[in-house]
Design a protein around this ligand. Structure first.
Ligand code: ATP
Ligand code: MG
Length: 432
């Protein structure tokens, strides 16, 4: 039998989200909003401006920016072919689109660009705690500044963010990848070393030995740990200018009292990095311990067709940040003054909406619940409790006739009082 989407089987199939792609439920969203606001406010206070780029770009844009021999391009992208034959992809990260935007709108010609973005990213990974197929990043990128001072500014901003959020147990790991010439020389040294110990390499690393040997250093395979620790260090092949840049970077970090550890194995997953690379990591989240990562990518804008423009950036994984806030019990969302407007009778319903409108104007930070059940007083009070409102503002027949309102505190022992609206406003202002 020919199956159409209307068959009983199809209709009875439970409706479900895609694996690794999560809903944000109303009960959890306050923390996300607070977190995003804290991040945006902080970045804005450092003179960064928000940008938004499309979620879909040409696949080629990602391949050119991220590099063919990376996990992302090799196996993690959601790509499809349009009827025109063109391949498009959901963005797996934000830098490629941002660079594309910079070039398309000639922004680097106008001087230094300091921007931040936020949004969903998509990678076809094995879902687990802290690793999803749709996840959210906030990222920063700076175009047109070569000095290590800007690399340090990014560390200053992220460090300030951890302080604002009250996070502990986060370590800054830094490394330098030098110039592309130094990296080419280093790759040769590394290939020779790993070739001498080929029998200790796993399948992935054997493949990377040919495609992207630096990435072997990034391997999470514990068996190869000592082989990797003993590998020659890029630090020893460093060009003079990059060595100096790294020294400057460290001088700024020291001056700002930002502690760091140098991790010579830190090479980052993406191809485009040079010089400074860094990760903020924590041991409180198991294997998915990197909450923020980034680095310098001075050659990318030119490689993608723009004018030569040094650049540096980072991305913060929001799901991991939320997990960390939970793990460290930093979930407290400050309760805002909230008022449930209880009203009985048709006239009172209308008047109560007028009052709500006035109150919104004079108490812009408070939350107001208009009763929309139109139930009995008792059932409206139940709804007010369920909404966890601090006060009920009551409008019954008597209040309406006397042009007054009653206020009943719903938390603690306070007594119900009846007064003019003016007095009520004063009362609420004193209670915020
Ligand atoms: P990992 O080594 O954990 O796979 P990555 O090097 O692929 O990380 P980046 O591309 O640097 O990660 O992304 C920056 C940040 O975005 C990461 O540090 C992490 O916090 C977050 N992130 C990356 N991939 C995921 C994912 N699949 N799910 C949730 N967060 C992610
Ligand atoms: Mg990854």
């Amino acid at each position: 039998m020919l199956k159409t989407p209307n068959t009983y089987q199809q209709m009875s199939k439970k409706i479900q989200a895609i694996r690794g792609m999560n809903d944000l439920l109303p009960k959890d969203s306050a923390l996300w909003l607070l977190l995003e606001k804290a991040i945006f406010d902080l970045f804005i206070s450092y003179g960064y401006q928000n940008i938004r780029t499309p979620i879909v770009e040409r696949t080629d844009t990602f391949c050119r920016a991220i590099g063919g021999a990376t996990d992302i391009v090799e196996k993690e992208m959601y790509s499809w072919t349009e009827s025109s034959g063109e391949s498009l992809s959901l963005r797996p990260e934000g830098t490629a689109g941002c660079v594309r935007m910079m070039i398309e709108h000639n922004l680097p010609r106008e001087g230094i660009q300091k921007v931040f973005y936020q949004g969903a990213m998509f990678r076809h990974e094995r879902p687990q705690k802290g690793r999803y197929r749709q996840f959210h990043q906030v990222g920063i990128e700076v175009f047109g500044a070569i000095d290590a001072k800007v690399d340090a500014e990014l560390m200053m901003m992220t460090y300030a963010l951890w302080q604002v959020l009250g996070l502990k147990n986060i370590v800054l790991e830094i490394n330098t990848l030098g110039s592309s010439e130094a990296r080419t020389a280093y790759k040769k040294v590394l290939v020779t070393y790993f070739n001498q110990h080929k029998e200790q390499l796993d399948g992935d690393s054997l493949r990377r030995l040919k495609t992207n040997p630096l990435r072997i250093l990034d391997s999470k395979n514990k068996v190869m740990h000592s082989l990797i620790s003993n590998a020659p260090k890029l630090m020893d092949c460093l060009d003079e200018e990059s060595a100096q840049h790294f020294e400057q970077f460290k001088t700024y970090l020291d001056a700002l009292n930002i502690a760091y550890v140098i991790n010579t194995r830190l090479v980052r997953g993406l191809d485009y990095y040079n010089r400074t690379v860094f990760e903020w990591t924590t041991t409180d989240l198991g294997t998915q311990g990197t909450i923020c990562a980034g680095g310098r990518y001075d050659g990318l804008v030119e490689k993608m067709g723009g004018i030569p423009t040094p650049a540096v950036g980072l991305a913060i994984g929001l799901e991991r940040l939320v997990l960390l806030l939970e793990a460290q019990n930093l979930m407290a969302v400050e309760p805002t003054l909230s008022i449930y407007l209880v009203a009985l009778g048709e006239k009172a319903q209308v008047k109560s909406m007028q009052i709500a409108s006035t109150l919104h104007d004079v108490l812009p930070n408070a939350i107001f619940y208009n009763d929309i059940t139109l139930g009995s007083f008792q059932s409206q009070f139940k709804k007010a409790d369920k909404a966890k409102a601090h006060f009920a503002l009551i409008l019954g027949e008597q209040e309406l006739n006397n042009n007054q309102v009653s206020i009943k505190p719903l938390k603690g022992q306070g007594v119900q009082q009846t007064m003019d609206l003016e007095e009520a406003i004063k009362y609420f202002k004193e209670n915020t």
